[in-house]
Design a protein around this ligand. Structure first.
Ligand code: GRF
Length: 206
């Protein structure tokens, strides 16, 4: 196993954020490697993208709950990630809330991307919540994961204007494009050791 800073990526869907991160690694913008990609959805695009790049990719059945992993699944995720000695867990569209043992195993080493400017619009379909609320600016947020939902210290944010003729789909597409810029930048800063956390504040050493 190399000495590189190693990512474990978890996703349930298309995997476009994973692709953005993998591309940034390939082009030398992130000094890291992806050790493993895990999904709770057997047919998830993220697994196909990983296999195309010859990155180990595994489906782990999530168990009996709809919004979280059951105990057995949680143990399987933790041990798959520990077996490749990941330094950072990158949630890229992982649709389950992570709980106790998982959070304890990787405390302070889990990041997520959320499609709104947190703390506005946590939870599902954040772009639709923003449109329905009538805000003029929304965006995306990369944050550390703690026991709350979309609640940990904020690492980075990128704004996206809401246009008068936006539909949920058009707004979501522009937020997605912003995510593909923001997430690689944040992961690169963490991999370079340029990020420190003081309480809720995340400081970038420039
Ligand atoms: C993104 O919109 C992200 O903000 C949310 O899930 C979506 C994942 O998209 N957490 P993709 O699978 O990376 O394309």
């Amino acid at each position: 196993m190399s000495n590189a800073f190693r990512l474990g990526v978890l996703g349930s869907g298309k995997g476009s954020n994973f692709v953005a991160i993998a591309d940034a690694i390939e082009s030398g913008k992130i000094p890291a490697e992806v050790g493993i990609v895990l999904s709770d959805v057997e047919s998830a695009g993220i697994l196909l993208h990983a296999r195309e790049r010859e990155i180990p990719a595994q489906f782990i059945p999530p168990g009996k709950f709809r919004t979280k992993l059951d105990e057995e699944a949680e143990r399987a995720f933790v041990s798959a990630l520990q077996s490749v000695k990941v330094d950072l867990i990158v949630l890229a569209g992982f649709m389950r809330v992570l709980k106790g043992d998982f959070l304890r195993a990787f405390e302070g080493r889990i990041v997520n991307i959320h499609p709104s400017l947190l703390p506005s619009f946590p939870g599902l379909e954040a772009w639709k919540q923003a449109l329905d609320h009538g805000v003029k600016v929304t965006g995306c947020t990369v944050h550390f994961v703690d026991a709350g939902v979309d609640a940990g210290p904020i690492i980075g944010q990128q704004t996206v204007p809401v246009l008068d003729n936006d539909t949920p789909e058009s707004l979501h597409a522009r937020i997605h494009a912003a995510e593909h810029e923001l997430y690689p930048k944040c992961v690169a800063a963490i991999a370079r050791g340029e990020i420190s956390v003081r309480g809720r504040r995340v400081i970038w050493k420039l």
